[in-house]
Design a protein around this ligand. Structure first.
Ligand code: PLP
Length: 423
């Protein structure tokens, strides 16, 4: 199937049944697979043939979901992980080890920030954070010969910073560094990071890809546009992997994806479960439809909040006075997702009063599913962060994160209006 549009890929990619087979991917709830000939299994271990031998490495239901996301992002392969966090961790470990560093935007999801700022340094991997609005020259200064990844989110959670893809892609290209983009909140429906120079695309599929808040998961997409061969920055791709019969990953057509699965997933596990892959696969069927509804609802809600006297500030890139409006028009003109954040005038207690007065919109840690929900990051997801780190991550104390669902927009606005009356 070639040159299909996104809407078609959402429903068709990843699984094409042969005659007599199930129309949608069966849930292959099996850890292992049988073979009659020893050589057939040996060939699988040697990566000489495709197939399955153990579900920690690959599973047919997971493969269907991986194929769909790879197609949507225009990649050569995808790896389904047990969560968005494990996708980020596995992507980093595929290329970085003790003594290396990564360069990451400071405006990212709190869990990723913790992974980079606290856990990776314990393993000898340093993270150098940058302000995404900083000039390219300042960001470039952070890159040295041990930098393995430049990392940012297409739309940052929860600060709603829209990524200047070209600025980072140019730095990454100049220095021969992998450029990784977490595309969870924009989704390939609104931006395909590969088209703007990204080499790896990551997702927490627990969000819009699944769409129903039913299945935890993550995905790493190898865009297939990075040449590891002879690049001195990546010796582990150019030297034989003794733990894999002396395989040299840079010699393979799919270098990153193969190393990530054959080495990292093998050693660390954290692959997606078949059940979650099934739910995420069928969730993606409606991704294009849902994303347009999320974006159109969010635009209406943002305009409403922008004109409300009790709202101190509101961030959504659809608003003309938003700092990132022009970047959003350039990179994601058809929509900017359903996530926004805003601050209520006055004390932090007013945030709590507002949130508790909502009836339709619920308080949740989650975002980006079909139901509207709110969260107060400073007291929940970002509570480990110091005052200084909160500021750097763009999360003031009165920030309320609103994930606009696909309900009727009039009902969402009416619920907000009633709650604001009680503040
Ligand atoms: N990336 C982004 C942008 C997120 O919003 C999240 C979770 O909210 C993650 C990664 C982590 O994903 P998960 O919760 O599936 O581990």
């Amino acid at each position: 199937m070639k040159d299909l549009k996104l809407e078609t890929l959402c429903v068709q990619a990843g699984y094409q049944p042969k005659t007599g087979e199930a129309r949608i991917p069966p849930i292959v709830q099996s850890t292992t697979y049988v073979y009659e000939k020893t050589q057939d299994m040996a060939d699988l271990f040697d990566l000489k043939s495709d197939g399955y031998f153990y579900s920690r490495l690959a599973n047919p239901t997971v493969a269907a979901f991986e194929g769909k996301v790879a197609a949507l992002e225009g990649g050569v392969c995808a790896i389904g992980c047990s969560s968005g966090m494990s996708a980020t961790m596995l992507a980093v470990f595929t290329v970085a080890g003790a003594g290396d560093n990564i360069v990451a935007s400071q405006s990212i999801y709190g869990g990723s920030y913790n992974l980079f700022s606290t856990t990776l340094p314990k393993l000898g991997i340093e993270c150098r954070f940058f302000d995404p609005d900083a000039p390219a020259e300042d960001i470039e200064k952070l890159v040295d010969d041990r930098t393995k990844i430049i990392f940012a989110e297409s739309i940052a959670n929860p600060s709603i910073v829209v990524l200047d893809f070209e600025k980072l892609a140019n730095i990454a290209k100049k220095h021969g560094v992998l450029f990784a983009v977490d595309n969870t909140l924009a989704t390939p429906i609104f931006v395909r990071p590969k088209e703007w120079g990204a080499n790896l695309i990551l997702h927490s599929s627990s969000k819009y890809l699944d769409g129903h808040a039913a299945a935890l998961g993550g995905v790493i997409v190898d865009a297939g546009n990075f040449n590891f061969k002879g690049n001195p920055r990546y010796p582990s791709f150019n030297e034989p992997d003794e733990s894999y019969h002396g395989l040299v990953y840079a010699d393979l057509a799919v270098a990153f994806g193969t190393k990530c699965r054959a080495q990292m997933i093998r050693d660390m596990g954290a692959i997606m479960s078949p059940q979650n892959a099934f739910l995420s696969y069928i969730g993606c069927d409606t991704l294009a439809l849902r994303m347009r509804q999320h974006a159109s609802n969010a635009k209406k809600v943002a305009e409403y909040l922008n004109n409300h006297p009790k709202i101190e500030w509101i961030l959504h890139p659809s608003l003309k006075d938003n700092k990132y409006h022009s970047l959003a028009q350039k990179y994601m003109p058809e929509g900017q997702g359903g996530m926004m954040s805003f601050g209520i005038k006055g004390s932090v207690e007013k945030c709590a009063r507002f949130m508790e007065s909502l009836e339709l919109i619920t308080q949740e840690t989650h975002v980006a599913d079909v139901r509207s929900c709110v969260l107060h990051p400073a007291s929940t997801t970002h509570r480990q962060l110091s005052e200084e780190d909160l500021k750097a991550a763009g999360v003031p104390h009165n920030l309320i994160r609103l994930s606009v669902g696909i309900e009727n927009p009039d009902d969402i606005i009416a619920d907000i209006e009633k709650a604001l009356e009680k503040v």
